[in-house]
Design a protein around this ligand. Structure first.
Ligand code: B12
Ligand code: SF4
Ligand code: SF4
Length: 320
């Protein structure tokens, strides 16, 4: 591997990135050579899912498929995809009246938290290599096949529940991505699927969204139902939650197929930013959601993933 600029070798640059990632709290990172996914098994699976209607009303998944399959359309001259694992392993919240909030939504908006840290690594890459505008940062926000790149970067395998499962850092990790024009040493690590005969995640999925190993009908998934599915016209502006039953229910996201997984034992401690609202959410019973105004909701959940669903949608989820 040659020099990446400023007379530093690609290996030295990568060592610096790894060290910095560990210092910032990332549980692992890896790097893949950027090559289009066009014609790959990942593209085939993606197009099958779309054709079978599994994307429901997530229109953004149907747009920019060319970019999704070829990240060099997102950054000219892109050479490498670096993938980072950001642990969020706090236990989900259940209120005393049985409302459940998924473990990934208990703190600050993860997009911002992760990107802020990745921008620091970008500054390091640019300063060290002596080149500007050679990186782009993504997390859950753009047409990038994040799980597929995590596998290529050697961070783990795709489990039967569709998660990127890391043999070193478990299952509760967000993925963060830097696409860069710098050529780096590519990961030698690989991880074969190690689910074996286990089917705990499929058994745990009450909606049968995981309808066979490695296949999800996202339009049936509670995460889609409680966050992404557009609010029913009839339910817009709902102000009460009177049609409530008393069983436990997921109100924002779902952790059933993740929590069932034995790889949770390898989870690293979650970043405190990802659980900063945990104690408060425990107090958010039906009475709270009934009485809060739109303005209070906007201000209380300003920097939280929960804002994405909106107050009316949360009320709909509670009364469903
Ligand atoms: C749309 C979306 C959703 C949708 C659809 C999910 C889905 N499984 O398709 C909904 C709203 C349901 C959802 C739910 C959740 N999501 Co989501 N979601 C996304 C998003 C934006 C796009 C995913 C996508 O393209 N789906 C389409 C399918 C077809 O593609 P895919 O899941 O990427 O799967 C490909 C690879 O797995 C690939 N593949 C690669 N190698 C291999 C090898 C083998 C053997 C196989 C079989 C497949 C395979 O094949 C697939 C098709 O190409 C990504 C961020 C991103 N840009 O990638 C986050 C992302 C996948 N979500 C994430 C999270 C945290 C969740 C939830 C846990 C949130 C929650 N608690 O409610 C749940 C988990 C549900 C589940 N079992 O997957 C994380 C996952 C982290 C991880 N460790 O895997 C991501 C990566 C966001 C992030 N940056 O951290 N999500
Ligand atoms: S998140 Fe919940 S509904 Fe979605 S696939 Fe997993 S267990 Fe099923
Ligand atoms: S629960 Fe079992 S089958 Fe599902 S992803 Fe984890 S190890 Fe694989």
């Amino acid at each position: 591997m040659g020099k990446s600029g400023n007379n530093i070798s690609a290996e030295e640059l990568w060592e610096g990135i790894e060290k910095m990632a560990a210092g910032l709290g990332f549980a692992d990172c890896g790097c893949a050579h950027l090559a289009p996914l066009s014609g790959s098994r990942e593209e085939k699976r993606y197009r099958e899912a779309e054709q079978m209607g599994h994307f429901g009303k997530m229109e953004y998944l149907k747009r920019n498929v060319d970019k999704r399959m070829d990240p060099s359309l997102l950054l000219p001259d892109a050479k490498s995809v670096i993938v980072f694992l950001a642990p969020y392993s706090a236990e989900s919240v259940t209120t005393q009246d049985g409302l459940r909030f998924s473990s990934y939504a208990l703190g600050e908006d993860y997009h911002k938290v992760i990107k802020d840290k990745l921008y620091r690594i970008v500054s390091f890459i640019e300063e060290t290599s002596g080149r500007k505008k050679i990186c782009r940062v993504f997390t859950d926000s753009a047409p990038v096949m994040e799980r597929a790149w995590a596998v290529k970067a050697g961070l783990g395998f795709i489990g039967k529940n569709n998660f990127l499962v890391s043999p070193r850092a478990g299952i509760k990790n967000f993925l963060g991505i830097i696409i860069t024009a710098v050529e780096l040493p590519y990961s030698a690590k690989t991880a074969e699927n190690a689910c074996g005969q286990c089917t705990r995640c499929l058994d745990a999925c009450s909606r049968k969204a995981l309808y066979e190993p490695f296949r999800i009908d996202a339009s049936k998934c509670l995460s889609y139902k409680t966050i992404e599915e557009p609010l029913d016209e009839a339910d817009k502006g709902r102000t009460d939650t009177s049609r409530v039953d008393f069983s436990q229910k997921w109100v924002f996201g779902c952790d059933d197929c993740a929590d069932a997984c034995p790889y949770n034992r390898f989870n690293k401690p979650g970043w405190p930013e990802f659980s900063s609202n945990r104690e408060f959410l425990k107090t958010c019973t039906r009475d709270f959601w009934n009485s809060i105004t739109e303005e209070e909701f906007q201000s209380r959940f300003k920097n939280s993933p929960i804002l994405r669903a909106g107050l009316s949608k949360i009320r709909q989820n509670i009364s469903r």
